[in-house]
Design a protein around this ligand. Structure first.
Ligand code: DGL
Length: 247
């Protein structure tokens, strides 16, 4: 039985995943840790991402969590094996769930898929590997690095965002599916869908909810889960963003 989850992200972006977990009431309690002092992870190398992730695991040991969910795609791309080796609790990343969510929605292996992620996630080729194992072969991968700071600036619409979208997407074919392989990108869903209106978006939050429901016996609590927020720097900013994004 899973009651308490630790959700880890490089910063505030993982709240997009928390939002889905709260909506579906999968846990009684969620402990969120954002490594706001060291964000962004998406431009760091594998060793650094693994080291920071193992430190986050130590942090969660104080809270007796049943599971650690790495909301961060960059962590999910590089540190899952190391976290599993170092931990007695369950560890769930968001990449495997994202691929499963896509597989459920598309039995057609010729479907064209655009993977969006940080530079770290795209360079790891983790999504591609798992998608190819499932028979998908029509893949494109792009790291729209400017999307993360745009979200951090609260620019969810407008000319600056539109020109960034144009910059990264102008020479791509419209895909059937777009994997939003970064915590921040669901907040830009409107702009991404406006550019590629026929593409179905795969969101890490929805994907992890489906994955957990499929895999684990989760007692659905009736009350709204408690959320405790921790940050390695400026926790007030994390709380302010949570108030904004999580209503
Ligand atoms: N949380 C990161 C991810 O999903 C995005 C922000 C960062 O680069 O740290 O990959």
């Amino acid at each position: 039985m899973l009651k308490r989850a630790g959700v880890f992200d490089s910063g505030v972006g993982g709240l997009t995943v928390v939002k889905s977990l709260l909506q579906e009431r999968l846990f009684d309690e969620i402990i969120y840790f954002g490594d706001t002092a060291r964000v962004p992870y998406g431009i760091k190398d594998r060793h650094t991402i693994v080291r920071y992730s193992l430190e986050a695991l130590e942090f969660f040991k104080n809270f007796d969590v049943d599971m650690m969910i790495t909301a961060c795609n960059s962590v999910s791309a590089y540190a899952i094996e190391e976290l599993r080796e170092a931990s007695e609790i369950k560890i769930a990343g968001v990449i495997e769930p994202g691929v499963e969510a896509l597989f459920k929605r598309s039995p057609d292996q010729d479907a064209s898929i655009l993977i969006l992620g940080t530079r770290a996630t795209i360079e790891s080729q983790k999504y591609e590997k798992l998608l190819r194992q499932r028979g998908f072969h029509n893949l494109q991968a792009v790291a729209p690095s400017l999307f993360v700071p745009l979200v951090e600036e609260g620019l969810f619409e407008g000319k600056v965002l539109e020109s960034a979208v144009e910059h990264y997407f102008h020479d791509l074919q419209e895909p059937d599916f777009i994997i939003l392989g970064c915590t921040h990108f669901p907040l830009l869903s409107h702009a991404i869908s406006a550019y590629f209106p026929r593409a179905t978006l795969i969101h890490s939050g929805e994907a992890i909810v489906e994955f957990l429901q499929d895999r684990y016996e989760i007692e659905q609590p009736h009350k709204r889960p408690t959320l405790k927020l921790f940050a390695s720097e400026n926790p007030d900013h994390l709380k302010a963003v949570a108030n904004l994004w999580l209503d």
